[in-house]
Design a protein around this ligand. Structure first.
Ligand code: AMP
Length: 454
């Protein structure tokens, strides 16, 4: 059943949903004033106990759209008893990556601060001990990546026999990452009678199959055109190859005075190398990818969130769930092989109504990938020309330096930088309402303290 392609004419407020006062108080503390379109549509349906299949791209406010009503529905179990037996898992939220798991946990912790419901987060790549302790203390809301959750199940650290609500967040990515067998195993451990919510940036045939297997008569919700990119993001593509790509990152960051730019690279090795080279070019850069230790990834993320980095170089997987308010720009250093990854990548900017820029570099070999992306998003990405500063020739004095060391933004050589980008066609949104700017407070919170999964 599709109930949502018509734009809402009335603008609800958070108090219209009948949320518990303790939850409303926490929402007020975040500074959100108006529900985003996915919140306006999903919250009443989730409150009613219906299954949901939600096509919501990143940055739409979908986490609050499902966590707020879940917390409300769990209020009947809220209690202050110290006994673990009084705190069985009632809601299980599965995410594809550790970063997204932490992000969702962060939201749940924020929204449940003044109600007696417990939350915990478990994911791989870190010591299992503190997570085991947290699970044994009991929690009503458990956020988990599938593999680590199964480890805990095997160790009998957690029982999923009383789960009332299951959420499959970023389900498309979970399938891409090969989690389907794990998901099936986990679902078999849950009561058949439960509420199931599935969120996905895109609805592929595989996602529809997953929904048919695990959801009951779901309400289908869609807040923006499928596979569309947020209309708050302007896009441009520059033809660049090899060394020019790196010079272009340095040039864009320095000439535009960008801070907190995410640069996407396709390989783990390329990600580390680019960050090191950018550092040598005078750009404050760090990298995150799957081969780095969890601690290093957390450190890089915390520095990025705190605004201490100009550039975070990331692979697709590492950047999932990265929610930083105010990322002004993402750069596709390499174009993704999978066009849907482009949608995920540029969803890191232009979040919750803020303006963002998505810049793509494409070499002659990557032209076909660019066309695949355009076919998917049904938008022609405007092509631009970037005039790079002349490369210093290695001088006889041995001065090979090309670094930008000045902290004042350089005047761009290219007038194009001062002109607004005009897309040749604008993506349309099925929903015309514009959400408010996100509050930056949550994005500044350190995620490192959550490692123990309390
Ligand atoms: P999400 O799509 O859940 O990752 O959320 C994207 C960003 O929007 C996060 O930084 C949220 O804190 C923020 N956000 C969620 N709901 C609202 C709202 N109603 N008003 C403003 N910002 C919001």
């Amino acid at each position: 059943m599709t109930e949502s392609t018509q734009p809402d004419t009335s603008t609800p407020t958070f108090s219209d949903f009948g949320l518990h006062p303790g939850i409303l108080q926490a929402v007020a503390a975040t500074g959100y004033t108006t529900p985003t379109p996915i919140q306006a549509k999903a919250m009443p349906v989730v409150m009613d106990g219906r299954d949901v299949m939600g096509a919501a791209q990143t940055g739409t406010g979908k986490t609050a759209a499902f966590t707020l009503p879940i917390l409300h529905r769990l209020m009947r179990y809220a209690n202050t008893s110290a006994s673990p037996a009084r705190h069985p898992v009632r809601a299980l939220i599965l995410t594809p990556t550790r970063e997204l798991a932490v992000q969702v946990y962060d939201n749940v912790a924020q929204y449940s601060q003044s109600i007696p419901l417990r939350a915990a987060v478990v994911y791989g790549g870190v010591d299992i001990g503190p997570q085991r302790d947290a699970l044994r203390r009991g929690c009503e809301v458990l956020i988990a990546t599938p593999g680590r959750l199964l480890d805990h199940v095997e160790q009998k650290n957690v029982n999923l026999g009383q789960v009332d609500i299951l959420v499959l967040d970023e389900a498309d990515r979970m399938l891409d990452m090969g989690f389907l067998p794990d998901l099936d195993r986990i679902v078999r451990l849950l009561p058949a009678s439960r509420q199931t919510l599935l969120f996905s940036a895109t609805f592929s045939n595989e996602i529809r199959k997953l929904a048919r297997t695990h959801l009951k008569d779901p309400v289908e919700l869609e807040v923006s055109q499928r596979n569309a990119t947020a209309d708050t993001v302007t896009q441009i593509a520059y033809p660049l190859s090899g060394e020019d790509k790196r010079a272009a990152v340095v040039h864009l960051v320095k000439s535009r005075g960008f801070n907190q730019v995410i640069v996407f690279s396709n390989t783990k090795i390329g990600t580390s190398r680019l960050a090191r080279q950018l550092e040598r070019d005078g750009v404050k850069a760090e990298s995150i990818h799957g081969d780095k230790s969890q601690l290093d990834r957390m450190k890089a993320l915390d520095a990025f969130k705190a605004g201490e980095l100009e550039v975070l170089v990331a692979t697709d997987v590492a950047a999932r769930g990265l929610d930083v308010a105010g990322v002004p720009c993402v750069i596709n250093y390499d174009l993704p092989y999978n066009a849907e990854d482009y949608v995920h990548r540029i969803g890191r900017t232009g979040r919750a109504g803020a303006k963002g820029e998505a810049i793509a570099f494409y070499s002659p070999e990557e032209e076909r990938l660019l066309q695949d992306i355009e076919k998917l998003i049904k938008v022609k990405i405007p092509r631009g020309q970037l005039t790079l500063p002349a490369r210093p020739r290695p001088s006889r004095q041995g001065d090979r330096s090309r670094s930008y060391t000045s902290s004042t933004p350089r005047k761009p050589e290219d007038e194009l930088f001062y002109k607004p980008y005009v897309p040749s066609s604008t993506p349309t949104r099925a929903d015309s309402s514009t959400p408010k700017q996100p509050s930056s407070s949550s994005s500044k919170r350190s995620v490192g303290v959550l490692l123990g999964g309390h």
